[in-house]
Design a protein around this ligand. Structure first.
Ligand code: LMR
Length: 422
């Protein structure tokens, strides 16, 4: 029972009236251009539905694919009964070493000479954020140039990291290929010392990469202009099926003496999407400089998330340190790349068979996870509304979402969309 006094006191306390909520002025933001598509796809109840939005590999039955090498590594780890202690701020040391050897090559000079600063990251996005924050703090020119088009998240990460965003021309819609002259012109005209974001391989969203000769020219140009080469490598192995070949560009730049920054992701090539595992690395001039850069990476990371999750790094480390498992994994990467190439062939053939107006050779020549179809935003909307097929509004399709059971339906629907018959 309350005393009379406390009852009076309770009564005297003003009741929190919520006539106006604390968040009344928070505006609704737009859905994410890529991940928002998955939400629409999930809400669609049609059995015909296809998700070609997010770049996530699916097997020929349209199912997520846990690589057999990863399953074996899981079993090894389960038996080891490893603890769940915190990792150091820059992650699992064995993982950092093996992952960067995969990216740069085991005999890469910065690795051999102990002058590669590296930290485990929350996959590619986390690497980009740490890398850009690092440059914002320590690189004099705060402007980053990204290709047009580029992955939908690059600009947002750059802005959040405090960099000024600029664009360089990259894709030519007329030739559906690389506009190399425009790339060179724009990089030449960029103020000296600009940060240049380069997709190491399997450019997202276009699937159009420079040739090795063109990379060499770009290396010279970047050097001449004292630009800073910032590599995003999310698809090593996915472009050609060969992890060595796909690492050509960053390795060549390093050989030419560039002090690159590299963002590496194991989401796609090891199918470790939800494990969020990758690296960010910075080529420095000496072990002493590396130690200073390492210390700054730690200072950046600690207030963001303290230290990275352990499981994905252990999986990668287990696979890359075991020659048999590594060989098995390399075969699986090739298998994924080959299935995508097979789908390109099938889609192309069907579009041609259906007399779809236009030239579709780019479906076969583009590489990696995506094809930049040339579909207009209106055609994309029609595909979602009339055919239950979901893709980003820029016309990008994730080839990995196609399989033997749905490629014909997709080609027929796409053909109708192009003909205005949907
Ligand atoms: C994509 O481009 O679909 C992937 O990189 C996934 C993502 O996070 O956007």
């Amino acid at each position: 029972m309350l005393s009379v006094r406390s009852a009076l006191r309770l009564k005297a306390v003003p009741r929190l009236s919520r006539a106006v909520s604390a968040w009344a002025n928070v505006p609704a933001g737009p859905p994410d251009a890529i991940l928002g598509i998955t939400e629409n796809f999930k809400a669609d109840t049609s059995p015909k539905k296809i998700n070609l939005g997010v770049g996530a590999y699916r097997d020929n039955n349209g199912k997520p694919y846990v690589l057999p090498s990863v399953q074996k590594a899981e079993e090894i780890l389960f038996k080891e009964k490893a603890d769940k202690e915190y990792l150091p701020i820059t992650g699992l040391a064995s993982f950092d070493k093996l992952a960067t050897e995969l990216a740069y090559g085991e005999n890469s000079a910065p690795i051999k000479e102990n002058r590669l600063a590296v930290s485990q990251s929350l996959s590619g996005t986390g690497a980009l954020r740490i890398g850009m924050e690092f440059l914002n703090e320590f690189w004099p020119n705060k402007t980053i140039y990204v290709p047009t088009p580029t992955w939908g998240n690059h600009g947002a990460i750059a802005k959040r990291a405090g960099l000024k965003l600029e664009k360089y021309r990259y894709f030519d819609p007329k030739t559906v290929g690389l506009n190399f002259e425009a790339v060179k012109e724009d990089l030449k005209n960029a103020p000296e010392g600009s940060i240049i974001l380069l997709h190491a391989c399997a450019h997202n969203p276009t699937g159009v990469d420079p040739t090795q000769e063109q990379w060499k020219e770009l290396s010279d140009l970047v050097k001449e202009k004292k630009h800073f080469p910032f590599f995003d490598m999310a698809y090593q192995g996915f472009a050609s099926g060969d992890v060595e070949r796909d690492a050509f560009a960053p390795r060549y730049f390093v050989e030419q003496g560039h002090q690159i920054l590299l963002c590496q992701s194991f989401a796609k090539n090891l199918g470790l999407y939800g494990e969020r595992v990758g690296t960010v690395s910075v080529v420095t001039a000496s072990p002493e400089e590396k130690a200073r850069v390492d210390s700054q990476l730690k200072i950046l990371i600690r207030p963001m998330y303290s230290n990275p999750p352990v499981h994905g790094a252990r999986l990668v480390s287990t696979i890359l340190s075991n020659p048999e498992l590594k060989a098995e994994w390399l075969g699986e990467v090739k298998g994924m790349a080959d299935r995508i190439i097979d789908m390109r062939e099938k889609l192309y053939n069907k579009l041609v068979e259906l007399n779809t107006p236009g030239e579709w050779g780019h479906i076969k020549s583009q590489i990696g996870m995506f094809s930049f179809t040339g579909l207009t935003p209106e055609q994309v909307d029609a595909l979602a509304q009339k055919a239950h097929i979901y893709l980003t509004r820029d016309g990008r399709i994730s080839m990995a979402g196609l399989n033997d059971s749905n490629v014909e339906y997709f080609a027929e629907s796409m053909s109708k969309a192009v003909k205005g018959e949907l």
